[in-house]
Design a protein around this ligand. Structure first.
Ligand code: PMV
Length: 361
């Protein structure tokens, strides 16, 4: 176990370097909604790591000459300075400096961009914060050689990502990841996520997630405000118990390869998330009429054809259509013919379970 306070540079050293990571977004099937303490989850969550919805982050660093405390960052988003994001990163660095004290000794130039369209309404915090956390861990390893063990590296990257955005903790791993302590999975933790690929049936290793963009506007309620609303939600206690129960049944289904059971739980979880927002105070309705129209079409297509097509929702109106790769031909055709026209500018982002983050340099 590394001693964080040792991670300080000698004043006489003069280090510099450049690191780039590509890191994906993820779709939670068991949702994280409600937190406590320092970004700890009220219930465990399980997600699929995506392939195409990726943040690309480059961090250039050099040792500060006249180090006087505080955090020293420049930040470009899509090549343009962004004061809001810069402030968020400064606060984030401040919050993680006990884990990587050397960040106060460095100047950072950070540049980030997303592969998914700006106006897609897709939240990028999971991909962006995981990419940044991975860059920081690579820098730690370059400077101190403390994270050459892959498990240590991933664990610390997941922990740092979590402190930026809870869901980002899960993006560190390929395929599927679990964040949050549960008696059902050994070595699970509230502090970081763990990989799940080896525990689940191969049918889930190639699952598709086509994201139907129903609205491209920014989220009506930020996830931090949403988590906070759970503190006064009259159903929160029931929800946390229910999420744990659902996780148990989901894992059972995923181990066996029971796609039908999986799909049923995925849809219940999506609806629970939205129901919780509807009964929050203040209350939010985050679905749009097209969201409901798409959901109904998916249900009737499933009933008519027996296809294993299911939906999930994030904290917004866009619909994630999830299905096994084996059925992609018939389901893609249905999406093209029936669902694409319900999307804003016909926008559908085709994604699927992916290989996880990649270091570029
Ligand atoms: O990581 P946050 O704080 O943006 O919360 C994510 C919340 C959901 O996306 C709604 C669910 C989840 O587990 O990803």
């Amino acid at each position: 176990m590394e001693k964080y306070s040792d991670l300080r540079l000698a004043n006489s050293s003069d280090v510099q370097g450049k690191v780039t990571w590509h890191s994906p977004s993820n779709l939670a099937i068991i949702k994280y909604w409600g937190k406590h303490g320092v970004q700890l989850p009220k219930n465990p969550s399980l997600s699929m790591t995506l392939t195409n919805a990726v943040s690309k982050t480059t961090v250039e660093y050099r040792q500060r000459k006249n180090y006087d405390g505080g955090i020293d960052v420049n930040f470009l988003f899509d090549g343009i300075e962004n004061a809001k994001f810069k402030e968020r990163i400064q606060n984030y660095f401040d919050s993680i400096k006990s884990y990587i004290p050397f960040i106060e000794q460095l100047h950072f130039d950070i540049a980030s961009e997303n592969t998914f369209p700006h106006s897609s309404g897709i939240a990028s915090s999971a991909s962006a914060m995981s990419a940044l956390a991975l860059c920081l861990c690579t820098i730690e390893d370059e400077l101190f050689k403390t994270l050459n063990d892959i498990e240590d590296f991933e664990r610390k990257a997941s922990l740092l990502a979590r402190l930026g955005s809870g869901s980002a903790s899960r993006s560190i791993f390929d395929s599927w990841a679990l964040w949050g302590q549960t008696g059902d999975v050994e070595s699970s933790s509230d502090q970081y996520a763990i990989p799940m690929k080896d525990l689940i049936h191969p049918v889930f290793h190639s699952f598709h997630d086509d994201i139907l963009i129903v609205s491209s506007s920014e989220k009506a309620v930020s996830s931090s405000a949403g988590h906070e609303l759970m503190d006064s939600n009259p159903y929160s206690g029931i929800r946390y118990d229910e999420a744990k129960r659902q996780l148990f049944y989901l894992l059972e289904a995923m181990k066996k390869g029971d796609v039908e059971r999986f799909g049923k739980i995925a849809e219940q979880e999506a609806m629970s998330l939205h129901a919780l927002m509807m009964v929050s105070n203040p209350s939010y309705i985050l679905m749009e009429p097209e969201t409901l129209a798409i959901i109904n079409k998916i249900k009737s297509f499933r009933k008519q054809t027996g296809a294993h097509i299911y939906f999930s929702l994030d904290a917004g109106p866009n619909v994630h259509v999830i299905y096994p790769a084996e059925e992609s031909e018939k389901i893609s055709e249905f999406i093209e013919n029936e669902l694409r026209k319900k999307c804003v500018n016909g926008l559908v982002i085709k994604d699927k379970v992916g290989p996880g983050p990649i270091q570029i340099d």
